[in-house]
Design a protein around this ligand. Structure first.
Ligand code: 13P
Ligand code: SF4
Length: 296
């Protein structure tokens, strides 16, 4: 049986090293949609495994840690989104891929941080949009597109919300002229200080395009494994946590739940597969397929 291991850039270095494909949320969704493997082992959090299962109902999809959640996905309940939809029946519902299958089933089109701008620009300007669940990404999209008719869900990723703008200001002062690259899940006070805003894959590509010796990176530090492997000799500064007692500050503890031992157990067939009720899966599929038509 052919098995494919997918891993997100925020997972542990040894997990990324063991994967067949390492990528951002969009690239991994595309890889899941296009693989001819019989089984997908998804070293990522629950919404990622669910997305793969939505796209590949006939394949076995396994999460090394089925309990690995996501603060964004967990902060957006399907019944609350249904109530918001009922209050705005003509709105187009755009959901970040960091959502449960039940939320995707209520969504017209999903997006990731890679293609969110293209998704918003694909919607006629006179149509109201409900954007869930990341208020920071939503506010950035509003600012980039000048679009006022977007209703933003009040959710955030605790990792990116936790970066302190004052700490970034100090870091920039300590490293004058060093380019700042930030993920759009960060609040506006950080994004305003960035030279580039983009997904994890976008940040990695942009480092290659800039060609400087040093960078300030404002996202989860798991990305350093790919940056340092791809660009040896360059220096990457991450924004430190503000609370010295929080040893895992600015790390996604959910992504770090995926250990190499759990990955091995999944490979050995010891981990249950992802299952979804077929009515939810099929209702969610259209929103993911719509997303895959807009890749950048
Ligand atoms: P991307 O993979 O789109 O960069 O998003 C980062 C993230 O938070 C995934 O959980
Ligand atoms: Fe969710 Fe944030 Fe972790 Fe990504 S980094 S999985 S958005 S909690």
């Amino acid at each position: 049986m052919k098995k494919l291991i997918l891993a997100h850039y925020y997972t542990l270095p040894e997990v990324q090293a063991a994967a067949d494909i390492v990528g951002d949320s969009l690239a991994l969704s595309i890889a899941a949609a296009e693989t001819d493997a019989d089984e997908i082992i998804f070293a990522g959090v629950r919404f990622m495994g669910e997305t793969a299962k939505i796209l590949c109902p006939g394949k076995r999809v396994v999460l090394p840690d089925p309990e690995a959640g996501c603060s964004l996905a967990d902060g957006c309940r399907a019944d609350d989104l249904a109530a918001l939809k009922a209050a705005h029946p003509d709105a187009v519902v755009v959901s970040y891929v960091n959502t449960s299958a039940e939320v995707k089933a209520l969504t017209d089109i999903c997006c990731t941080s890679s293609n969110a701008l293209a998704v918003i620009r694909s919607i006629p300007s006179d149509r109201e949009i409900i954007f869930a669940p990341d208020r920071n990404l939503g506010a950035w999209l509003k600012a980039q597109t000048g679009r006022e008719n977007m209703i933003l869900w009040d959710g955030a990723c605790h990792v990116h919300q936790g970066f302190d703008p004052a700490v970034l200001t100090e870091l920039r002062a300590a490293h004058p002229g060093v380019p700042v690259l930030a993920h759009p899940e960060c609040p506006a006070a950080l994004l305003e200080q960035a030279d580039y805003v983009g997904s994890t894959a976008g940040i990695i590509e942009r480092v290659g395009a800039i060609g400087a010796d040093e960078y300030i990176i404002v996202t989860e530090p798991g990305i350093l494994y790919e940056l340092e492997s791809r660009y040896p000799g360059r220096k990457f500064h991450t924004v430190p946590g503000v609370d010295p007692d929080r040893r895992r500050c600015n790390e996604c503890e959910y992504m770090k739940q995926i250990t190499i031992e759990k990955l091995q157990a999944a490979l050995d067939g010891q981990t249950p597969e992802v299952t979804l009720a077929e009515n939810i899966r099929s209702a969610a599929e259209k929103s993911i397929r719509n997303m895959l038509t807009l890749r950048s």
